[in-house]
Structures are given as C-alpha cells and as structure tokens.
Design a protein around this ligand. Structure first.
Ligand code: HEC
Length: 165
C-alpha cells in the first residue's frame, strides 16, 4: 500500500514539469473583430471578458493552469475553442467561414451554450446579463448582414454541401 502511495506521489511530481504551452499575442491583433465593420465598444469588451480566454490569442491563464493535470484539461478546452473560432484572427477568415461563424455566435449566446457552464462556475465576471448576451447576438447578426454576397469559393462550397445532402 505504502509503495503505491509513493508511486502516485512521484507521478504527480513528475507531471508538474510537463506544462502545456501558453500563448499570448502582443497588442491588438491585426485581424481582431474590433476591426470589423462595427462592433460597439461595450460589446467588444464583453466578448473579451466572456469569450477571449478560449476564443482568442490573448487568454488569461489562472494560477492553477500551472498545476497538472488541471492545466492539461484547461488547455484542451482553450485549444479546441480557438480552433473552432478565434476572434483574434476573425478578419483573416474566408467569407463563407465568417458568415457561418457569425451565425453560430448568435446561436451560441441566444441558446446559452456559450460561455461554457463549467467556466462560468469559476469565472463569475464572465457571466453576462441577458441584455449583454443579446447585444452580442445583435452585433453578430448586423455584422453578417453587412458581409458582401457569397463569392465564387463560397458558392462552390454551398453547392458541394447541397449535393451531399
Ligand atoms: C472555457 C472556454 C470557452 C469560453 C469561455 C467560451 N467558449 Fe465558445 N467554445 C469553446 C469550445 C471548447 C468550443 C468547441 C466545442 C463546442 O462546440 O462545444 C466552443 C465553440 C464555440 C462556437 C462554435 C464554433 C463552431 O463553429 O463550431 C461558438 C460560436 C462559440 N464557442 C462562441 C462563444 C462565445 C460567443 C463565447 C463568449 C460569450 C464563448 N464561446 C466562450 C470554449 C469556450
């Protein structure tokens, strides 16, 4: 029994040295959503507060990110979130991707599946009011309506999708 305890202890100590890599961009990213047609300042600030930890190149890392395996688990969420949607790189997305992501942003805050509930337990200040969430949804809708009509690439993609279903 004592031996197992020691083994577990050694493993716990060793994994502390295997830290997930942190990212942090400097200044405002050139493709950030702030450079879209018109995200209101307050809405942008709320998106930063509630979404940027998992959807930008400027996450805040809590101290327990340095405690493994908690950090691994957090980093998984953060990387997955960024892969799906990165507000810091939004303006580099292709037209069709922008349109689709904006639609999902509206959906995610209207149906309350974002921010993730597990995140809100700890990050009380990321809990937005219904009015604040609605402002995000309204902005995403407005932004989407301002996009130019589908380009050749998007039309081809839509066509392919149609043929598949
Ligand atoms: C704790 C991390 C975290 C926070 C905070 C967070 N998200 Fe997410 N988000 C994720 C993860 C992980 C995924 C991918 C898996 C999934 O869909 O559940 C995701 C997926 C999404 C998607 C779907 C993208 C796609 O095309 O599949 C949207 C839209 C989204 N988030 C919007 C938001 C918005 C808006 C906020 C802030 C109000 C937010 N998220 C806050 C982690 C987070």
């Amino acid at each position: 029994m004592k031996k197992i305890g020691i083994i577990i202890l050694v493993v716990l100590v060793v994994i502390q040295f295997i830290r997930p890599k942190k990212i942090q961009s400097v200044g405002v990213d050139k493709d950030d959503i702030v450079f879209t047609t018109g995200v209101p300042k307050e809405t942008w600030q709320n998106i930063q507060r509630a979404c940027y930890d998992c959807h930008s190149n400027k996450p805040n890392y809590p101290w327990y990110f340095n405690v493994q395996p908690i950090g691994w688990w957090l980093n998984n969420h953060m990387e997955e979130g960024r892969e799906h949607l990165n507000f810091s790189e939004f303006n580099s997305y292709k037209l069709g991707r922008k349109r689709h992501k904006l639609e999902e942003v509206t959906e995610s805050v209207t149906e309350h599946w974002m921010p993730l509930e597990s995140y809100l337990w700890i990050h009380k200040n990321a809990r937005l009011s219904d009015a604040e969430l609605k402002a995000i949804a309204d902005w995403a809708n407005m932004e989407r309506s301002m996009l130019p009509p589908p380009d050749k690439e998007e039309l081809e993609w839509l066509e392919k999708k149609k043929n598949k279903s």
